[in-house]
Write a protein that binds this ligand. Structure first.
Ligand code: FPP
Length: 247
């Protein structure tokens, strides 16, 4: 029996997939449960999707776990999410390490609660030499924060006389972003039927293919990931050229 995985061309996978995991709250509501129940089930999807991505050979997976705007949620939900993060990182760390997955995080990490920050740093340190895949958590992250920080750093270099303004290039800006070590995502997935980018990787998604699905994040699993990759592989990426100019 042919599966979705059989239809994927493993020789032309996206190297980097970014995901906006959305719909945990609505999923919980539709099951008559509190929002945190949705987040807990969202963690199951994080595990499933991480395993599936690593299994087929995706090199970088960046998950939007907490935005700078998420602090505006009710305090009980913010606390529960922070707790869930610590719990998940601690619980999953050995499995990540065993599977040769490197944990990374992008965002204003120093502003996270100490317990969350410490758990994250411990995970990053333990897995830093792993090679199979990078699992990058966007935490207390927003693009406007990141671009502002990059602008400040570059302006400081100009002020110090280390660089001239005409040396500032798109490449230099990329090098000052939190994603400087990884390629831009070829595919951005957003679940739950929302069609927005919500301050996520704005610079990096200049040529990214978007894939939107109505499925809520806790229902997004292995097959749903493969469907998204298949959708991506069926598109023609022209980068401003015309079809006839492509191979
Ligand atoms: C969006 O659903 C989800 C979040 C803001 C948090 C995502 C967090 C997790 C999946 C759990 C922890 C993650 C890791 C990496 C361990 P929503 O609450 O916005 O749902 P709604 O739009 O239906 O209200």
């Amino acid at each position: 029996m042919s599966t979705i995985l059989d239809k994927i061309d493993l020789s032309s996978l996206p190297k980097h997939i970014a995901i906006i995991m959305d719909g945990n709250g609505r999923w919980a509501k539709s099951n008559g449960k509190p929002r945190i129940f949705g987040h807990r089930n969202g963690v199951k999807s994080v595990r499933t999707v991480t395993e599936a991505a690593s299994k087929i050979g995706i090199e970088h997976l960046t998950l939007y776990a907490f935005s700078t705007e998420n602090w505006n949620r009710p305090k009980t939900e913010v606390n529960a999410l922070m707790h869930l993060l610590v719990e998940t990182v601690k619980k999953e760390l050995k499995t990540l390490h065993k599977n040769d997955i490197k944990l990374e995080a992008i965002g204003d990490l120093k502003q996270l609660p100490k317990k969350t920050y410490d758990a994250l740093l411990e995970g990053i340190e333990l897995t830093k030499s792993n090679k199979k895949m990078t699992l990058n958590l966007a935490l207390n992250y927003s693009s406007r924060w990141e671009i502002t920080e990059a602008t400040r750093a570059i302006a400081q270099k100009v002020k110090n006389g280390d660089i001239q303004t005409d040396e500032i290039s798109a490449d230099m800006i990329s090098q000052h972003l939190t994603t400087s070590k990884i390629p831009d995502p070829e595919l951005l997935i957003r679940t739950s039927g929302e069609h927005r980018v919500s301050n996520y990787l704005l610079w990096q998604i200049a040529y990214t293919e978007f894939y939107f699905t109505d499925i809520f994040w806790p229902d997004f699993g292995e097959n749903e990931l493969y469907e998204a990759i298949l959708g991506y592989q069926n598109r023609e990426r022209r980068f401003g050229r015309i079809s006839e100019q492509l191979d």
